[in-house]
Design a protein around this ligand. Structure first.
Ligand SMILES: [Zn+2]
Length: 88
């Protein structure tokens, strides 16, 4: 039975054949998906790829772009949203 921490879904299992011929399970942290635009789904620039819990330890200025809708919408969608806000 694996250690308690490896029984959670946050680890990816990989079966590896060792040089001795045994098959062992290696546990690897899952890859983090890139932050994407909430409107069109395009990957966002200026937002580092890491777990949200780790990102919290960074200063706000390096977590997301410092502009309206920064870290939420891509520049094209943000421009559109600002225009629609002004027209309404
Ligand atoms: Zn977008």
């Amino acid at each position: 039975m694996p250690a308690l921490r490896y029984r959670s879904k946050r680890y990816k299992q990989r079966r590896v054949r060792t040089t001795g011929g045994r098959t062992v399970t290696h546990y690897k942290k899952k890859r983090v998906s890139t932050a994407s635009c909430a409107s069109c789904g395009r990957p966002l620039g200026g937002v580092p790829w890491m777990r949200a819990s780790k990102l919290r330890s960074f200063p706000r200025s390096s977590r997301m772009p410092n502009r309206p809708f920064g870290g939420y919408l891509c520049p094209a969608c943000a421009r559109q949203a600002i225009k629609e806000e002004a027209r309404a």
